[in-house]
Design a protein around this ligand. Structure first.
Ligand SMILES: [Zn+2]
Length: 482
């Protein structure tokens, strides 16, 4: 198809702009809710290429919704661009080597997700105008995926109401598109305990110990784990445990995640945790409150969309890896203590429904609102665990650039298919109706909940000055369509 050929050729011709964009966001290394530079750069590029850009959707300062085109269908592409704490890692180096000691950094590849989305968007905007294709393209920048934050708000607030199909590009070690229920629902909740301070030695009888309450809740939930159904899990960290030993803590807090295969399976876990907190407060004379930080549905990938994406992947093919790229991948695998089988040589064949894994992504909510597909693009090294330094070491190398560009092509090809073939949309609506029959989507976040604007602010402000010295000076320049 001519439109597709033109889009792929445009992306190949703009590989240098892709590289600069992906590397720039890598160097920003911004934590969730603090992705200011990343969002600014993407919005500026999208605006330059004719998109109408809305900033601050649902109150997310680092989110955006950029739209181009008119009429139907409406196809959305959404992705994340946040980094992780303490994972600053030099790219192209097969050993642990921090850019800035202790700083945040990309160690999964959300920088490449962002570049794939924006490059595909710019290519598509040009092609839609040049070829007179009908429909609208909506590009959604989704902050703070690592803490499961933004997309439930966007769905709640209507940003996906008119969308016909949504696409989510995500980096992986293979070129693939899956379908079925692939990730879990999760709730992220703070439990805050309030007691009464007192001198811990001179007058402990005057105190009510908020740390005792926290510990007793923790013990109660540890006992409860034995009675949970398979597939459910919960985990926590203590975020405040008191100030010093001779003061009975008046305030403590724990941050809990509750996970399960369905949205309905998670609420009873949260309820059980509340009961345990109540019991702990009864025993200690303390009180508690809960604050929902985030709540996400499991990720459901539509069968028809997956097929359309996969047909494009088959057409594009796996990038050809050079001997140097394979050698770097093997050295990195060795340094991480993993299997040294290098980069995958071929695309992954289309398979039956995927197995559900015990991780979550805030895009789950989108996938129950509209049919959603995921482009897994091959821009990182196999066998490396995400959030490990090694998963950051290939992110500004040709492995990331070639794999990310292939991902951008898969996105562009899929959007063109949906814009040009109305029958595909009908098939997609049918498979989505079948997969979601009997399920009513209700967000797990509160209806009046505001985004956690201060999340990660302090950490980012502390490290940004030192990180700025490593920002890339060259700005990405995407050309106009030939
Ligand atoms: Zn991710």
């Amino acid at each position: 198809m001519r439109a597709k050929r033109r889009a792929f050729a445009y992306l190949d011709a703009n590989a240098e702009a892709f590289r600069r964009l992906s590397d720039a966001i890598f160097c920003f290394g911004e934590l969730g809710m603090q992705e200011h530079r990343s969002a600014e750069l993407m919005c500026a590029l999208l605006a330059e290429h004719g998109f109408e850009v809305e900033r601050n959707p649902s109150g997310f300062a680092t989110g955006f919704v950029a739209t181009t085109g008119t009429g139907r269908p409406v196809i959305a592409i959404h992705t994340e661009y946040d980094a992780n704490p303490t994972n600053s890692q030099r790219s192209g180096v097969a050993e642990r080597s921090e850019i800035v000691e202790g700083a945040p950094g990309h160690c999964e590849g959300h920088n490449v997700n962002a570049a794939a989305m924006v490059a595909a968007a710019i290519a598509l905007a040009g092609i839609m105008r040049a070829e007179g294709l009908p429909g609208r393209l909506k590009i959604v920048g989704a902050p703070a995926e690592e803490q499961l934050v933004s997309r439930p708000y966007f769905v709640r607030d209507g940003y996906f109401d008119e969308v016909d199909v949504a696409l989510h590009p995500h980096i992986l070690d293979r070129f693939d598109s899956e379908h079925g229920l692939i990730q879990c629902a999760a709730m992220s909740v703070d439990f805050v305990f309030h007691g009464q301070p007192a001198h811990a030695s001179a007058a402990p009888w005057d105190g009510r110990d908020a740390l005792d309450a926290l510990v007793l809740m923790d013990v109660a939930l540890a006992q409860h784990r034995e009675h949970m159904r398979p597939g459910l899990s919960m985990h926590r960290v203590v975020t405040a445990g008191g100030d010093q030993p001779n003061v009975i803590p008046a305030r403590t807090s724990a941050w809990w995640y509750f996970r399960g295969p369905t949205a309905e399976s998670v609420a009873p876990l949260f309820e059980q945790a509340r009961k345990c907190a109540e019991g702990a407060c009864l025993m200690t004379g303390c009180t508690f409150e809960t604050r929902i930080r985030a709540g996400v549905w499991p990720v459901l990938l539509d069968r028809t969309v997956a097929r359309v994406i996969h047909d494009n992947i088959a057409e594009i093919g796996m990038p050809e890896w050079t001997a140097a790229e394979q050698d770097f991948a093997r050295r990195l695998q060795k340094a991480a203590g993993k299997g040294k089988d290098g980069l995958k040589p071929a695309i992954t064949p289309f398979k039956g429904p995927a197995a559900q894994i015990m991780a979550s992504n805030d895009c789950g909510d989108v996938s129950w609102k509209v049919p959603m597909g995921r482009v897994w693009f091959p821009a990182n090294v196999p066998n490396l665990p995400f959030h490990h330094w090694a998963a950051g070491a290939a992110l500004c190398t040709p492995i990331a650039h070639k794999g990310g560009l292939a991902g951008a092509k898969a996105l562009a090809g899929t959007v063109i298919d949906y814009l040009c073939h109305p029958a595909l949309l009908e098939q997609t609506k049918a498979s989505f109706a079948e997969a979601t029959a009997g399920v009513r989507y209700v967000p797990l976040i509160e209806l009046d909940q505001a985004p956690p604007a201060d999340l990660n602010r302090e950490t980012m402000e502390r490290f940004r000055p030192a990180m700025e010295a490593h920002y890339r000076p060259e700005r990405p320049q995407f050309g106009s369509l030939a």
